[in-house]
Write a protein that binds this ligand. Structure first.
Ligand SMILES: Cc1cc2nc3c(=O)[nH]c(=O)nc-3n(C[C@H](O)[C@H](O)[C@H](O)COP(=O)(O)O)c2cc1C
Length: 309
């Protein structure tokens, strides 16, 4: 197994642990960030000690905020409430000013406290522990507050709430757009440092409408084509319907077209998606396509041309 595969599987394995979602904040103290609020989404929060009162969160050393957080005098942990998934998304994506769309105040120790959170902890930096490609920010809690508002949950790459968790869910159906142009496929940022295909969960509107919405959001001249794969994703428990969507022009609103070749697909995070795209690369080379039914490890390809299987 390659290093990239191992990392991908490890990320999926970590994802089987249900967590809350937090936004970690501080105020910039050097260069052009001086005095500005900074923050990122994190689910690696953990309580550490009652006496003294300590907590920790793990920050990637490749984060653009790493230098600031690892030298700040303090930081705050905001435990997001269940109606704050938009805030989680904003603070996980490359947005110029993540604070421009939220209400917040300075906490008693000085770090930004987001309005409407389930709980917050305003901390003094107690210790920074470098740990592999991350560092643990250990904070000493100087002030905190909590409310009865239920927290937002995160599990296998999706948000959940106490209400949704109580209802036994069936597999979620997801439409996946394989947008192709001149031997290249459109890949977008998955918000976790990897790449993915544009997808949307199918609601009451049905798969066709969900796919049309995905394509509209890309602002491309692309139309739904044939179903290319129907597969269960063991990692996230989703049922995927992947459509090939030929594209004739336009600039994508997000992501970039990447030539369909195995070497360009190593950053595709989802294992089932990576397998599917590698098959598409091979089949495009041969000009001989099949439709796949199965899960991420085993399944059946029904050939559209050539000999029947
Ligand atoms: C649910 C969720 C949990 C995350 N948890 C962490 C985390 O614990 N530590 C971390 O460094 N990044 C985590 N991330 C990724 C960061 O939020 C994201 O990479 C970061 O905001 C990128 O921007 P930056 O370079 O400006 O920090 C998480 C993202 C999401 C969506």
């Amino acid at each position: 197994m390659s290093d990239a595969d191992t990392r991908r599987h490890l990320r999926d394995a970590f994802g089987t642990f249900m967590t809350g979602v937090t936004v970690v904040t501080t105020i910039g103290h050097s260069g052009e960030t001086t005095g500005k609020p900074l923050g990122f989404t994190a689910n690696s929060f953990s309580s550490v000690s009652l006496e003294p009162p300590l907590l920790l969160v793990s920050i990637s050393r490749s984060s653009s905020n790493y230098a600031t957080f690892s030298t700040a005098k303090g930081f705050a942990i905001n435990i997001l409430a269940e109606d704050q998934r938009d805030i989680s998304n904003t603070f996980a994506r490359p947005v110029a000013d993540r604070f421009s769309t939220i209400s917040w105040q300075n906490g008693p120790h000085g770090s930004p406290i987001v309005d409407g959170v389930s709980a917050w902890f305003d901390c003094a930096t107690h210790q920074i522990v470098e740990a592999g490609d991350h560092a643990l920010l250990i904070g000493r809690i100087e002030a905190f507050a909590f409310t009865p508002a239920p927290g937002l949950g995160y599990y296998r790459g999706s948000y959940f709430t106490a209400n949704s968790a109580a209802i036994a869910p069936g597999p979620e159906v997801v439409v996946t757009a394989v947008v192709e142009r001149d031997g290249a496929v459109l890949l977008i940022d998955d918000g976790m440092g990897g790449l993915t295909l544009p997808t949307a969960k199918v609601g009451r509107e049905g798969a066709t409408a969900a796919l049309a919405k995905v394509l509209d959001s890309l602002t491309l001249h692309a139309a739904p084509g044939f179903i290319y794969a129907v597969f269960e994703d063991n990692a996230l428990g989703h049922q995927h319907i992947a459509f090939r969507c030929p594209c004739t022009g336009g600039m994508p609103a997000k992501g970039a077209f990447v030539e369909l070749a195995p070497a360009n697909l190593t950053d595709v995070t989802d294992p089932a998606m990576a397998v599917m795209l590698n098959r598409l690369a091979e089949e495009s080379r041969q000009g001989n396509y099949g439709i796949y039914f199965g899960n991420q490890t085993s399944g059946r390809v029904a050939k559209l041309t050539g000999d029947a299987p």
